[in-house]
Design a binder for this molecule. Sequence first.
Ligand code: P5A
Length: 442
Amino acid sequence: MRLSRYFLPILKENPREADIVSHRLMLRAGMIRQQGAGSFSWLPLGKRVLDKVCRIVREEQDRAGALEILMPTIQSADLWRESGRYDDYGKEMLRIKDRHERDMLFGPTNEEMVTEIFRSYVKSYKDLPLNLYHIQWKFRDEVRPRFGVMRSREFLMKDAYSFDLDYEGAKAAYNRMFVSYLRTFTRMGLQAIPMRADTGPIGGDLSHEFIILADTGESQVFCHRDYLSLPVPGADVDFANDGEIGGIVQRWTTPYAATEEMHDEAAWDAVPEADKVSARGIEVGHIFHFGEKYSKPMGAKVTGPDGKEHFVSMGSYGIGPSRLIAAIIEASHDENGIIWPESIAPFDIGLINMKVGDAECDRICAELYAAFEAAGKDVLYDDTDQRAGGKFATADLIGLPWQVIVGPRGAAAGEVELKNRKSGERVTLPVAEALGKLGVAA
Ligand code: P5A
């Protein structure tokens, strides 16, 4: 992509409305545009990151055996009257009427709708376990939308829903999502700690929040230092093996970890002083087991091996991809801007032509650009006539993992400069070696 043809509305000044660094950097880097209270458009750079985050989420949901669907954003109130949540949900639910004066709502979550799908088709235990997920916009009329996409009113959620014959099956389904979440967040360069959590309006008796430690986090959290070094399972983890998956969950739930609402002072006192981590945290995922809370009132049942009908045992599992992006920036930035982990960077490489119009600079840039594209690298080529200082500031602000800088003096000698955004390390190399260092054949 050539920057001269891209839409990257960089802000030079710090936007006054942004209180935390991720919100400030997302606005300054032209990733998002605020459209109203807690409502944002995703501009090209932001949309690329959102897509990359969703791709990782999808891959890990699929790996754990969940199946992707897509449900509507607008739901019928009648469905929510069946579960009893239409009245319970309160002011956070945006309620709408259609032209026939029917009560509708913009979905804040989809437990009811997915239960309706399930009960319409699945009648036998032989079709279980089943886990259906989608990635869809949600609306919650939050009392205090703030911090940009961290707590917005319209936000993206990956929500999965599991259906099993009994508690044992449902616990295995819960464990699979638990392990899938560990992998998902690690792949984005985040250290997420599962903590016992309150179930709120979703309900149920077992729940974990996945928390990223960050000073700007909205909740106070407490955990054992061991969490900072626990190994995350690799891609070869066997999701079909309940014992293996259960063992991982066991290891990840043994040391003390709790959010403020679930904090247990007595258990906390038992943690050695040197191992106590008390910090602020950002909730990026939340999983729930709630058994028959929806299946019973909504009549979602299957025939079991005993020939009898059983209400299915359910759970639901959420990740907020839009919030995740803010959390990643909170965890990975410096005074000059964002530092993207490679897995979700909007582009892999920023190619900077310091002197557009200089024959050698233009030629080398064209050669590099073609080689990167051929190798399947995402590259943003700064071919604008902005001055060098401005180009460097933009490159640091948008935080691509690698910068390849082509200036007239180096170009005349067949050399370019390579800068690693994270380490700040710069090296001058002949063109072919620079390509080699970036894993591209010359
Ligand atoms: C689980 C999936 C649920 O809604 N029902 C379906 C369950 N859980 S949750 O904890 O309420 O939300 C899941 C994740 O969505 C993100 N999230 C938000 N992101 C941005 N702005 C918001 N206002 C917001 N509210 C929730 C969080 O990542 C949360 O963990």
